[in-house]
Every structure is written in structure tokens, then in C-alpha cells.
Design a protein around this ligand. Sequence first.
Ligand code: CTP
Ligand code: ZN
Length: 154
Amino acid sequence: MTHDNKLQVEAIKCGTVIDHIPAHVGFKLLTLFKLTETDNRVTIGLNLPSNELGRKDLIKIENTFLTEEQANQLAMYAPKATVNRIENYEVVRKLTLGLPERIDGVLDCPNSNCISRGEQVTSGFAVRTRQGNVLLKCKYCEKEFDHQAVMQNI
Ligand code: CTP
Ligand code: ZN
């Protein structure tokens, strides 16, 4: 507990702290989920020492709260992340993540023949796991992909 005891990024009064993000994934989350498209203060810690993960990333967004569903969308990239709700400097809620059943509007289908490609349609994937692997099935072409294949083009 040596490292995690000291606050490595300044405490916030009110908002969301996404903690225990794998190192190098924090930046991806910021762009993918457009977390910086806000006027609220966002503070970021990258490659912070962590006992559990070795190195971790951390994102704090003031005056913003994520729904459970929004939080779960992060699980694919950061399955060990915790999403903390801070009010009046106190952690009032700590969500550990579960995989969502669906991921809509974030990822593009890797199938170049898919009708969703190049169209103004909202992408959608059903999520399931097979032997610890996360698989995504496109609702348009119904092809199923390893999640890595879908994430590659981000
Ligand atoms: N935090 C913050 N501002 C606050 C309170 C907490 O930014 N006013 C951050 C802490 O720095 C930490 C996260 O919110 O990154 C969760 O806080 P806490 O539950 O107190 O820390 P831990 O016990 O280390 O959490 P965990 O058990 O999830 O590792
Ligand atoms: Zn498709």
C-alpha cells in the first residue's frame, strides 16, 4: 500500500474519478469517450505507480457523474477500473465495472463490406465472452469479432 497511500493527483471536491486504468489506456479512454469535450476541469495522471497494476492511469472529471451504464462501457478497455463518485471531497460511491451487454455508437465495424461503413448510422455491437475473450457482434452484418480487431482502428 506504499504508493497508493499518497494522493498522486490533487483531490477533487465533486465529480468522478476513474481509477485503476491500465497504463497507456487512459489516453484512449479520453479520446474514445470524448471525456475532454467539457468545460469542467479534467485532471489526468498517466503512468502512476500502482501496487496492483505496476503502472496505472487515472482520470478525474469535476462536476460530472457517469451513469452505471456509461461506466460499464469503460470495462472493455479497463476491466479493473473503479469509478468513484465524489461529493464534498468524500467517495460516496465506488463502482467496479462489469462488461456491458451492448456497445453502441463508439466503435466502427471492421468488416469493409458491412452496410454500416461510411454511413451515418449508429454502430452497435452485442458483447459476449468466450473463454475469457471479449467478442463483439455487429448488429448490421452480424459478424463476430475479437474485441482487439474492433479496437484496432481507433
Ligand atoms: N479521490 C479524489 N478526490 C477526493 C477523494 C478521492 O480525487 N476528494 C480519488 C483518490 O485519489 C482515488 C480515488 O478517488 O484515486 C478513490 O478514492 P479512495 O476510495 O479514497 O481511494 P482507495 O481506497 O485507494 O481506492 P481503491 O480501494 O479503489 O483503490
Ligand atoms: Zn458490421
